[in-house]
Design a protein around this ligand. Structure first.
Ligand code: PLP
Length: 428
């Protein structure tokens, strides 16, 4: 028995499902989750000493690669001054100014996770508009707050439960859902609930049902209808923020949301989230306004140090985004070539440093088409690649994340392994 197996057995006795977040369990692919001992650059090393090329990047934060020396140094330096004060610090101001260097973010509030950022942004939108209803898009994940666990993508899709138990009817009732990329279904919801919609929240690029790109004009149309109906447009950029571009999807697609939620990258690997945007809306937040939101560890000095170090590198080295784009493109083009040469029934979506390989030959543009994927075939592929030392997320409905640490050789090797898989599978 390897160390991962032994640890998993101990974990199962004391932690529900043996993991502290469901997507880490190999629920839909079977087998024992690898317990990771350390990580460096593009690689993860498990407790048994096996090396993997890391295509998860801690689910998004590690855009510079694992254990980046500048981020680590910032954390160690901050820790020497104490771990938490529960009082205002200079680092928080620097972080706020860093994020507000984006023209569409006038004010920002730091929290501790993406879940908290979304929960708070939705509350701000409700407080600002005096309305209750929220529109979310099917297959988009916005964290696990009660009202957001409706048709919520990846983790929930993988577990095969459409909604979570324990969410009161009353909470879910205020959340209306429409299909991603289907502006007509969204218009209908606005018509049927005239003057009642506080906000529409969307992942501008949906990265929690695999990877689904917005159709041309979709984001502009969202902007237009929210403006027309007096609803707050929230872009959940917990994945896309500082990843598609420094200014996230808003910058990449030139569409300006009213509020934005961040997480993952802004913490550099520490637990951080943030929400911000228009000053008139953010001024509703306590103590300047009457929308209450608080946090004992919010703006934690060690977490701010890690996030600031990572954001500073991204800001000062815009060529990183070009490198990331090339890496993503090399992978996608390579997979297209494998698909062709092996007649593999897969669909490859990619944008910048995000990709999705769906085990279906139809175009994947929303939740319904994503769900057509052959998850059994994906599980086979996943284990084949894992054995070869390529660590993809253990679910068909998670994105592939590239970091600045991935080399050309890492990608080439991964493509060779994928080709080997599809060659053998077609022969079966
Ligand atoms: C991960 C994620 C969240 C939740 O963030 P946590 O830090 O896990 O709470 C919210 N929205 C999106 C788009 C995410 O990918």
């Amino acid at each position: 028995m390897g160390r991962s197996e032994a640890l998993f057995e101990r974990a199962l006795a004391r932690i529900p499902g043996g993991v502290n977040s469901p997507v880490r369990a190999f629920l839909s692919v079977g087998g024992v989750p690898r317990f990771i001992k350390r990580a460096d650059g593009a690689y993860l090393f498990d407790e048994d000493g096996k090396r993997y090329i890391d295509y998860i990047g801690s689910w998004g934060p590690m855009i510079l690669g694992q254990n980046h020396p500048a981020v680590k140094e910032a954390v160690v330096k901050a820790a020497e001054n104490g771990l938490s004060f529960g009082a205002a610090t200079e680092k928080e101001v620097e972080m706020a100014e860093m994020i507000c260097s984006l023209s569409h973010i006038e004010m920002i509030r730091m929290v501790n996770s993406g879940t908290e950022a979304v929960m708070s942004a939705v509350r701000a939108a409700r407080g600002f508009t005096g309305r209750d209803k929220v529109i979310k898009l099917e297959g988009c994940y916005h964290g696990h707050a009660d009202g957001m666990l409706v048709k919520a993508g990846s983790g929930v899709m993988t577990a095969g439960v459409p909604d979570s138990a324990g969410v009161p009817q009353g909470c879910a009732r205020e959340t209306l859902t429409a299909a991603y990329n289907d502006i007509e279904s969204i218009k209908r919801l606005f018509e049927e609930n005239k003057g009642e919609i506080a906000c529409l929240i969307a992942e501008p690029v949906a990265a929690n049902m695999g990877l689904v790109l917005p159709k041309e004009h979709f984001l502009e149309d969202l902007r237009e209808i929210c403006t027309k109906e007096g609803a707050v447009l929230i872009f959940d950029e917990v994945i896309t923020g500082f990843r598609l571009a420094f200014g996230g999807a808003a910058e990449y697609f030139h569409v300006t949301p009213d509020l934005v939620t961040y997480g993952k990258i802004i913490g550099g690997g520490m637990p951080v989230g943030a929400y911000g945007g228009r000053k008139d809306i953010m001024s509703c937040i306590s103590p300047s306004g009457n929308v209450y939101q608080a946090g004992t560890l919010s703006g934690n000095p060690v977490a701010m140090a890690a996030g600031l170090a990572q954001l500073t590198i991204l800001k000062e080295n815009p060529q990183i985004y070009e490198k990331l784009r090339k890496t993503g493109q090399r992978f996608a083009e390579g997979m297209e070539a494998v698909k062709k040469s092996c007649h593999a029934p897969v669909t490859v979506n990619q944008i910048g440093s995000l990709a999705g390989v769906f085990f279906t030959d139809i175009p994947v543009t929303d939740y319904e088409t994503a769900k057509q994927s052959d998850t059994k075939a994906f599980a086979e592929y996943f284990h084949f690649m894992l054995e070869k030392g390529c660590y993809f997320a253990p679910s068909q409905f998670e994105a592939v994340f590239f970091s600045a640490a991935h080399s050309k050789e890492d990608i080439e090797y991964t493509l060779e392994c994928a080709e080997e898989f599809f060659r053998e599978r077609v022969l079966l």
